[in-house]
Design a protein around this ligand. Structure first.
Ligand code: FES
Length: 244
């Protein structure tokens, strides 16, 4: 486990925009393999990525309506994690033990959040409140360094606002709120944007950053904004992986 990031805490696991209705994706938290899926009603679930039948990854499966189906033999699981149907035995009531271990999962501020530790873990209100106004999802990017390392290096990460002119004076402010680091950049010309980075400790030496950008004009040119910040995130990854 990563020292500064507790197992019981809540962490961002994906950009909301990355999980459409009736889709499932694999995620990892502290090396635990998990699946996040979204049902047709828009709700999200976080489960162990392992079918109760023969252990096939459920993230390979498919979502129909409000149920996740295993790809191998088609067992269907309700949003509560209970097996509700076995195609090979259509008349059989699935045994009560046929269920999937589920974890806390909520959607806030453009991110899917989950926790795999104690159920008493408090929601990360402080991190959620760091997001002001509408934020444009940029991308998720994996860095092969620990969450502690990434967290420390982000303290000095400076990204000019999109469209900042060469030579502009830029004031940077970095704020830490749980698993979110927010880098605000304000130009003397008036342009200002905040890059929010949610840290997901995927494994001992792998951290995934989920990036969103907020600012008065951030929603006007989302594709260009994404391109701008995406390039800077790739620079950051190169820096942290190659320069320690
Ligand atoms: S392994 Fe999932 S239904 Fe058989």
């Amino acid at each position: 486990m990563t020292s500064g990031f507790g197992l019981d805490d809540w962490y961002p696991l994906a950009l909301s925009a990355a999980i459409e209705q009736q889709t499932a994706i694999p995620v990892s938290l502290f090396d635990q393999e998990l699946v996040v899926w979204r049902s047709v009603d828009g709700s999200v679930q976080l489960w162990e990525d392992r079918c109760a039948h023969r252990g096939t990854r459920l993230s390979l499966g498919f979502v129909r309506g409000n149920a996740l189906h295993c790809l191998y033999h088609g067992w269907a699981y309700s949003a509560q994690g209970l097996c509700t149907g076995i195609p090979a035995h259509p008349g059989l009531v699935p045994p009560s033990g046929a269920r999937i271990r589920s974890f806390g999962c909520v959607e806030r501020s453009g991110l899917i959040w989950g926790r795999i530790g104690a159920e008493t873990a408090r929601h990360p209100e402080q991190a959620w409140s760091a997001f002001h106004g509408h934020a444009v999802p940029v991308r998720s990017i994996a860095c092969h360094r620990s969450a502690d390392k990434i967290h420390g290096r982000l303290s000095t990460f400076q990204v000019p606002p999109f469209g900042a002119q060469a030579g502009a004076q830029i004031q940077y402010t970095v704020q830490h709120a749980g698993a979110v680091v927010s880098v605000d950049a304000a130009c003397d010309t008036g342009a200002e944007e905040t890059l929010h980075l949610g840290l997901q400790p995927a494994g001992r030496d792998t951290t995934i950053l989920h990036a969103l950008v907020a600012g008065p004009d951030a929603g006007d040119r989302p594709a260009a904004i994404r391109h701008h910040y995406s390039r800077w995130l790739e620079r950051f990854r190169w820096m942290v992986e190659n320069q320690g």
